[in-house]
Write a protein that binds this ligand. Structure first.
Ligand code: SF4
Ligand code: SF4
Ligand code: MG
Length: 988
């Protein structure tokens, strides 16, 4: 048998029509299956299921989860005597007209079709069109179930999972009652551009008064969401209550707010929308209180649990005024716990999830306290058992200690605080940042009207600088006397929140009192001042900068030239220092060397304050890229972590320099990003070719000397590029002048030249993405682009898993590591993407690990960019998915290289022309057993606990992989240069 024939016009049409009987039979088959399901499970489904008044005149029609919300609304309205109904669509396409007509009440006068989709340019959304067609056909055939043709209106709701509430359903049904209702309306947004939206009465609520509604505000990756999922399981499985959980995140990688919405109650829960009136509220991060008006969600008499560094006697005075006011007005019960302290004491580090979960059970009353504790402990064994007994014991200790440290706060009668909530962005931020990005940061993005959205999808850059997240508990403090000004800390900081400048001493006039500056330790710039400054409100407190510092205080060996200290007391003064620091001029790039870290640290990064995880191993490479190639960088970014922390609303870390120029960035899909980046290259090349043509054609008018200099410019160095930029400024000036006086057809050419003149300055095209993109889904395209021979640079941020989606295995996952889809440890070896690319011969390839050898990384970036052909850099990127505190990322990078797991190499085809071997090994032979590296990471040790035999076998195989790869690399590095090999071609 054979399937998949190529069919020609003679038979294709007939072949398509063979399927008709199956489509015709499908509704009956589904109906039969639904009846069987009902017999087995007891829950009834129909193809078109009607709910509501039997004599309904207004009927809303929709499918999917929104139908449950509509069910609640219709139930509440019919109880009040309204003649409304709901037709739930359970089978959409094949659309059974017969069943649809049978489902409609005979009394229907107006049908409201609600859809969670948009068909731009179409006469209506798909379900609306099907309904209109069905009714028209029925009328023509005289089969209408009702006396007259019902009026049909359609509307859109809930795109991209936007909130959809019973109040919105009511608004749609209210509209249907009007004499001239809006058709093609929207509900749930404010459309102030084409005025499609309906007005919603937010006071309309259908919540079950007997249920518990709990809201938890946590910090991304602090374990809040996991603990809440666990609570839902405990309550759902161990009590008679029904339980439901919704988890709302923004798309920052971590270190941002997560809101868990949990409902528990004796009745089945149909509410497929978020909680707006909570009976229990928990704030897991004290700093959120200063920024978010979270108590607006608390209902009167609710319980409020706060993780607070301040105890029950002192916390009240610390609360902002609106928080105090809400607590008093709503008569909230307030409990505090210092969860970080408990976590620290019990060896849990900064993992506060178990502590906060215990508090919830202790005071919410959902379960008797003793029973709840027993259940939590059971689930601890289930969740952490694989990680070893000590992890379980630490969690147990945290549970026990929590109860003693949880206190109710006595609420004073009046508001005493004078502190207000901090605005989401400072008042001096640009208008767009204040009016559009600010509300999104504050969690009020839903309130922005259509007119606030940029119509072409472009957003300003440099906006992360306005989002002062204040998530670090501790920040680095510079000891200017110990510092040797090596710049390592600046280089390793994943968030660009520690920076150095050298500048004229006179610039220090007006410095804030605690601003520090010392004599610059540069041979040629001793007369200048040096300052190392931290952005206190942007730093994530990852501690990597301190780890990188090579200086140790002789009198106190733990002390370095930068040391972590509590953020809160330093915040105000350091924020002023940072502002002052930003005002200091950037040092002239031309005078700095790209060949040493000491100089490189002074280059302005155009990627700062990203929302990547604290300590992320990917972002230092991107920051370096923007420091090296600055505003002439174009980036095509594959979807994944780097696109999320790179181009995620509300803010972006890509920034502009003082001239207002920065990298140009756009994101494309996993499966086509390499091709997308190649497209950027082709576009730039095309513009460049056209610009050159125009410069040649109009050389006389431009000035022949300038035209020739432009066309022959050597842009292989920073200095050469700098000169060319000056020429282009002059060129534009001349063309502008010429345009002002010309009246003939040359004007069009002038305008064209002005539009493309900037492409005469060398551009640096980078294609960025993770291993999920480069090794797996986008590999075909990547290979195609590498084979194109075009001048593009590919940077693979290799975290060895799909980090953005929770750590699924990719072909970059190493043998023996546990990942999602590799619960028993990955059985095969990591694909050697670098070696595969080397076989092309004309592709520059480097394998780098900045934490192990920073200058090798820098060299690779510079050489890759210089190579006039395709380049591929594979960058070792520590990630939270590896399961260790990223403060040790630099040590782990070193061990990866020393063990031979991650050999560093550069394959530079440019060396062939010099008669040299293009393959250069930058690291030494394996000097450590692999286990010394891998067993510092939970992704490997998990297997040792869960399947020790497999772990042993995989370790032995992985060690063999290391030795074999080294053998191959070593041979390649010691091969005779290619020119000699070519001389050895056998004679005929
Ligand atoms: Fe100073 Fe240490 Fe930073 Fe070097 S790494 S500049 S010594 S703080
Ligand atoms: Fe950067 Fe981390 Fe140091 Fe803060 S603690 S300055 S985020 S390296
Ligand atoms: Mg990855």
């Amino acid at each position: 048998m054979l399937r998949g024939t190529a069919q020609n016009p003679d038979v294709y049409f007939q072949a398509r029509e063979t399927v008709n009987p199956f489509y015709n039979a499908c509704p009956a088959c589904v109906e039969k299956a639904m009846r069987r399901f009902e017999r087995v499970v007891g829950r009834k489904y129909e193809l078109f299921q009607y709910e509501g008044a039997p004599d309904a005149e207004r009927v809303v029609l929709l499918m999917g989860s929104g139908a449950e919300t509509a069910h609640e609304a219709v139930e509440a309205l019919t109880e009040k005597g309204e003649k409304v109904g709901l037709l739930k669509v359970r089978l959409y396409r094949p659309f059974s007209i017969e069943h649809f007509l049978a489902g409609l009440p005979k009394s229907v006068k107006t049908l409201v079709v609600l859809e969670r989709t948009k068909e731009p340019g179409g006469p209506g959304e798909p379900l609306y069109l099907d309904v209109i067609t069905a009714l028209s056909e029925a009328q023509a055939a005289g089969k209408l179930p009702c006396a007259a043709m019902p009026r049909v209106i359609g509307g859109r709701y809930g795109l991209s999972s936007k909130e959809f509430t019973p109040a919105m359903v009511k608004a749609a049904l209210d509209e249907a009652a009007k004499a001239a209702p809006k058709n093609h309306f929207t509900v749930g947004i404010e459309d102030d551009v084409t005025h499609t939206s309906l007005t919603v009465d937010d006071a309309f609520s259908t919540e079950d008064p007997k249920g518990v509604r709990a809201l938890f505000f946590g910090l991304g990756a602090d374990g809040t969401v996991g603990a809440n999922k666990n609570s839902v399981k405990i309550i759902g499985e161990e009590t008679d209550n029904y339980a439901q959980g919704y988890f709302v995140y923004d798309s920052k990688k971590s270190g941002t707010i997560t809101i868990s919405h949990l409902r528990f109650g004796p009745r089945p829960i149909r509410s497929t929308y978020l909680i707006s009136h909570a009976s229990f509220m928990a704030c897991h991060q004290y700093s959120f209180l200063e920024r978010f008006d979270m108590l607006r969600y608390a209902e009167p008499g609710a319980t409020f649990l706060l993780n607070s560094p301040f105890g029950p006697d002192s916390v009240w005075e610390q609360l902002p005024r609106p928080v105090q006011a809400a607590i008093i007005q709503k008569r909230l019960k307030l409990y505090v716990i210092d969860a970080y302290e408990v976590a620290k004491e019990t060896g849990m580090g900064s993992r506060i999830n178990t502590v906060m979960q215990t508090c919830f059970f202790a005071i919410s009353g959902v379960l008797p306290r003793a029973e709840a504790i027993e259940q939590i402990k059971k689930s601890i064994v289930k969740t952490y058992g694989k990680r070893g007994e000590s992890v379980v014991q630490k969690n147990f200790a945290a549970v026990d200690r929590t109860i003693d440290r949880l206190f109710e706060v006595k609420i004073p009668a009046s508001v005493t605080s004078t502190t207000e909530l901090r605005p989401p962005v400072p008042a001096q931020a640009p208008e767009f940042v204040r009016k559009v990005l600010g509300p999104i940061i504050a969690g009020d993005g839903d309130t922005l009207p259509v007119s606030a959205m940029p119509v072409d999808g472009t957003f300003p850059t440099g906006t992360a600088a306005w989002e002062k997240r204040n998530i670090a508990l501790e920040i680095p403090v510079w000891d200017e006397k110990l510092c040797i000004q090596c710049g390592k800390c600046v280089l390793v900081c994943p968030h660009a929140t520690i920076r150095a400048k050298i500048f004229d001493r006179q610039q220090l006039a007006g410095q804030p009192p605690s601003f520090k500056a010392v004599e610059a330790r540069w041979k040629d710039y001793k007369q200048l001042a040096y300052s190392l400054q931290v952005a206190p409100e942007d730093c994530t407190g990852c501690g990597l900068c301190v780890q990188s510092c090579p200086v140790k205080d002789k009198s106190e060996s733990k002390r370095r030239a930068i040391n972590m200290q509590e953020q809160a007391p330093l915040r105000a003064a350091e924020a002023a220092n940072w502002e002052f620091f930003l005002g200091l001029p950037e040092f002239d790039r031309e005078k700095l060397s790209v060949n040493q870290v000491k100089d490189l640290q002074l280059f302005q990064p155009l990627f700062e304050f990203s929302g990547a995880c604290s300590g992320c191993g990917e972002t230092p490479y991107i920051k370096l890229l923007t420091q090296l190639f600055g505003d002439r960088t174009l980036i095509g970014n594959a979807t994944g972590c780097s696109s999320i922390y790179g181009g995620n609303l509300p803010t972006t870390p890509y920034a502009a320099n003082h001239e207002g120029r920065g990298p140009a960035w756009s994101n494309s899909l996993f499966e086509d990003n390499a091709e997308f980046g190649l497209g950027m290259r082709l576009a730039v090349d095309q513009q460049n070719a056209y610009a050159r043509l125009l410069v040649q054609r109009y050389a006389v008018q431009i000035g022949e000397a300038l035209a020739e200099e432009i066309l022959k410019a050597d842009q292989s160095t920073e200095a050469g590029i700098f000169e060319q930029r000056k020429r282009i400024v002059e060129l534009k000036k001349r063309v502008q002048g010429w345009l002002a006086v010309t009246t003939n057809g040359v004007a069009a050419a002038c305008r064209d030249l002005l539009a493309v003149a900037d492409s005469l300055v060398k551009k640096s095209v980078w294609i960025l993405g993770g291993d999920g993109w480069a090794y797996d889904i986008g590999y075909g395209g990547l290979d195609h682009v590498l084979a194109s021979g075009r001048n593009v640079n590919v940077l693979v941020l290799d975290t060895e898993v799909y980090s953005n989606t929770g750590g699924q295995m990719s072909k970059a996952t190493p043998r023996g590591a546990v990942a999602k889809f590799a619960a028993g440890g990955k059985q095969s070896a990591k694909k050697d993407l670098g070696l595969m690319a080397v076989t092309y011969g004309n592709v520059y390839v480097a394998r780098v690990a900045m934490g192990a050898n920073d200058m090798q990384s820098v060299k690779a970036f510079l050489e890759a960019e210089r190579w006039d052909g395709p380049s591929l850099i594979i960058a070792y990127s520590p990630c939270i998915a590896h399961g260790y505190d990223l403060v040790h990322a630099l040590d782990q990078s070193k061990l990866a290289v020393q063990s031979g797991y991650w050999p560093l190499f550069r394959f530079n085809p440019a060396l062939v022309a010099e008669g040299k071997n293009p393959f250069v090994l930058d690291s030494k032979a394996p000097a450590l057993p692999l286990e010394k590296y891998i067993y510092n990471e939970t992704r490997y040790t998990m297997l040792v606990h869960s399947r020790p035999d497999d772990a042993r076998r995989l370790l032995a195989d992985a060690q063999a992989d290391v030795m074999n790869r080294w053998r191959i690399y070593d041979q390649m590095a010691t091969l005779p240069a290619e020119s000699k090999a070519a001389a050895e071609v056998p004679a005929h």
